[in-house]
Design a protein around this ligand. Structure first.
Ligand code: ADP
Ligand code: MG
Length: 693
């Protein structure tokens, strides 16, 4: 193709000099084609005159009428108020800045045509500073049949200017100079308009269009662009996956005796779901290509055991396994489990965190490097350059979403010896909504442990205002007197651990004053590991009845006799975190309760979130709701990868498209692979930076 719009410099357009080009560059507008993709954020309907009587608050509309009065009001701010009347009603135009000449011009009997936003003012409907012109009785009617686009701007760029530039770009658009990368077959199959049609329409929709549909982003022209963008995104993930799968990985022949021996020493047998997922993992390990598998399962579904079974199989084949957790506490918990499970089987489990120093560190390093330790548990310290594995073949990553894609890649490199990639098993503590799984994790295969071990009782959740704190305290008292145990969890908005600990200390003192007969313990992140372990052991043994804690107990606590949890200020936490916390109760035979003791008054979003917690204990539903209320960036806890920043698409709004997008992306991959790279550079110009493709 000769001279596509993507090769035409924006400075070729009328009215773009060096200074203007610099401003446009701030909006990433460099070529004529970039302007075509610079889509309006909304539209104004200036195509018809709306009778004043039909206006609604918030409308932007053209009105016409006769001036029936004009005066200066003193009030809080001096303003000029002009009354405008048409046969259906009247309203006021209000000017805070005005000249004497202007007042004179707005005399009784003059006809005006105005445009502006309808507000509720002190006199009823008002328009502040309308655009207006004085018109004659014979004024020709409005002519345009097109809606007026409102574009995103930057400093020094006006709507008029950007409109003129976009219009110039549209004038240059022909059937041949904007490359269509979605073949006819695909467009027909998924009923997508052509790119040119979609773009022309979105810059200047006809006035008869359904404006509500356009506002909701569900017009076919908008779908077309979201579709293409989501496809580009999928394609980059497919590419990444295909690339990873091209590498070799060690082949694990079968489950073997070690995993059987592991199971034999457990007091329970695996659930059907655990067995199925372990089977899926074994299949991956048996291909000779690196496994890239995400295991999702609700709190308490038993992901650790699945990880341990996978580890056993790889160790049996003669290789090393690394297990990485995002926090010390979680890593410690895994370390305890893995040593308990594997040391009796004659294996060595090594330990590595940033805090480990001196001789102890040297010892562990030695075991990792020499290969004496078959299993290594740790935090992200495992990524450090100084750490060399002898024969790493499986990396297990718990709670993936707190790690970035980059970190995952870094661990991958640790195993790159003699051309072998380590297998990757990623476990998420919180279920990932399907929408996100399909976009952020499309490079991974996915297994779901959709069954809880037997004997769990659902937790009854109650939402209570802190005005009823005393009642809640008495409830704790009677539960403990009946021999049950309880948690009292303190939260703070600030990430500051010091403040959190302080809040928990204060709460513990206050509760002890009121509940002097109870044995109360306190645990928070600033205690030494040994102190923490002692208190937890005493709670587990039943010596402590009420445990006051910060959110450190979110993970790693398993006390089946604890059947009551009070969470203070739950409105400050994300739903996923609340769900995790609540998962600490409901582990035994007695009915469990969770009291969400919120600080009144609660905003609309807060209400909605807490009632979600009350209504469901399904981690997947909770995650969906969290996504809806807080957005993907918040949920995944890292915006830095840019994975969910789209130009046109919106994951939540467009989630119904995802299945089709996936099909279309796969089709394109197989049939028109030459279209992939241009699609990626159109939509993800920086993709190589974060996707490693
Ligand atoms: P999560 O999926 O939240 O990481 P864990 O792996 O920590 O869950 O398991 C939660 C608890 O359930 C642990 O105490 C574990 O020993 C226990 N558990 C795991 N699998 C089973 C099973 N099949 N039957 C009974 N208890 C199990
Ligand atoms: Mg876990």
């Amino acid at each position: 193709m000769i001279d596509g719009l993507d090769t035409q410099d924006i400075r070729e357009l009328k009215g773009v000099g060096l200074a203007m080009a610099e401003k446009l560059a701030k909006l990433h507008l460099h070529t004529v084609q970039d302007l075509l993709f610079h889509l309006p954020i909304r539209y104004q309907d200036r195509t018809r005159v709306v009778p004043i009587g039909q206006l609604r608050f918030g409308d932007e509309a053209v009105i016409e009428g006769e001036v029936t009065g004009c005066e200066i009001k003193m009030g809080k701010r001096r303003s000029l108020i002009c009354r405008l009347k048409d046969p259906s009603g009247s309203l006021h135009l209000r000017f805070f800045h005005f000249s004497a000449a202007q007042k004179k011009q707005l005399e009784n009997g003059k006809r005006l045509r105005c445009f502006g936003e309808i507000r509720r003012g002190s006199t009823g409907f008002e328009i502040y500073h309308p655009e207006y012109s004085v018109i004659s009785e014979q004024e020709p009617p409005l002519e345009s049949a097109l809606l007026t686009p409102i574009y995103p701007l930057t400093e020094g760029l006006t709507q008029t200017k950007i409109r003129s530039l976009c219009d110039q770009a549209l004038e240059r658009l022909t059937d041949h100079n904007l490359q269509e990368w979605l073949p006819e077959t695909l467009r027909q199959q998924f009923s997508l308009p052509s790119l040119k049609e979609a773009i022309e329409f979105l810059h200047h929709p006809w006035r008869d269009v359904n404006l509500e549909q356009l506002k909701a982003g569900s017009h076919p022209a908008q779908y077309r662009l979201s579709f293409e963008e989501l496809m580009a995104h999928q394609l980059s993930l497919i590419g990444k996956r295909v690339q990873a799968k091209q590498d070799n990985a060690i082949l694990v022949p079968e489950a073997g005796d070690l995993s059987q021996a592991l199971l034999a020493q457990l007091p329970f047998s695996p659930t059907g779901a655990q067995q199925r997922v372990f089977g899926e993992i074994l299949k991956d390990l048996n291909t000779g290509q690196p496994m890239l598998r995400l295991v999702q399962g609700d709190v308490g579904s038993g992901k650790t055991l699945v990880a341990a079974l996978a580890a056993a199989s790889v160790v049996q084949a003669g290789f090393q396994v690394a297990i990485m957790a995002p926090t010390e506490i979680l890593a410690e918990q895994h370390y305890r489990n893995f040593t308990q499970w594997f040391e009796p089987l004659g294996l060595k489990v090594a330990w590595m965190t940033g805090k480990l120093k001196g001789k102890a560190r040297a010892k562990e390093l030695e075991d990792i490097t020499s290969g004496a330790a078959e299993i290594v548990v740790g935090t992200h310290a495992l990524f450090q350059e100084s750490i060399e594995f002898d024969r790493l073949a499986l990396a297990i990553i718990d709670e993936q979403h707190r790690f970035g894609v980059h970190q995952r890649m870094a661990l991958r490199e640790k195993g790159l010896k003699n051309g072998y990639q380590p297998h990757q098993l990623i476990m998420t503590a919180t279920p990932i909504p399907r929408t996100l799984a399909m976009s952020a994790y499309a490079d991974l295969d996915c297994s779901i442990i959709d069954e809880l071990p037997p004997g769990r009782t659902p937790v009854n959740t109650i939402v209570v205002s802190d005005q009823r704190r005393q009642e809640v305290i008495s409830r704790v008292k009677s539960a403990c007197e009946e021999g049950k145990q309880a948690y009292w969890v303190c939260t703070l908005i600030e990430e500051s651990e010091a403040l959190q600990c302080q809040a928990a200390e204060d709460a513990a003192v206050l509760l002890q004053e009121q509940l002097s007969n109870l044995a109360i313990g306190l645990v928070h992140g600033r205690l030494k590991a040994q102190e923490k372990a002692d208190i937890m052991a005493r709670f587990k043994a039943g010596e402590i009845q009420l445990l006051v804690a910060t959110t450190v107990i979110e993970v790693g606590v398993d006390v089946p006799n604890a059947s009551l949890m009070v969470i203070e200020n739950p409105e400050r936490l994300g739903l996923a975190q609340l769900h995790q916390l609540r998962g600490r109760v409901g582990r035994g035979q007695t009915a469990s309760h969770c009291v969400l003791l919120y600080k009144a008054p609660l905003g609309q979003q807060g209400k909605e979130r807490l009632s979600t917690m009350r209504e469901t204990s399904d981690g997947f539903k909770i995650a969906e709701k969290d996504l809806e209320l807080r957005g993907p960036g918040e949920l995944l806890g890292s915006r830095q990868t840019g994975l969910w920043e789209f130009k046109v698409a919106d994951l939540q709004r467009d989630k119904a498209l995802l299945d089709d997008v996936q099909k279309a992306a796969t089709w394109l991959y197989q049939h028109q692979p030459d279209h992939i790279s241009p699609l990626l550079s159109r939509w993800l110009p920086n993709h190589s930076q974060y996707l490693n493709v």
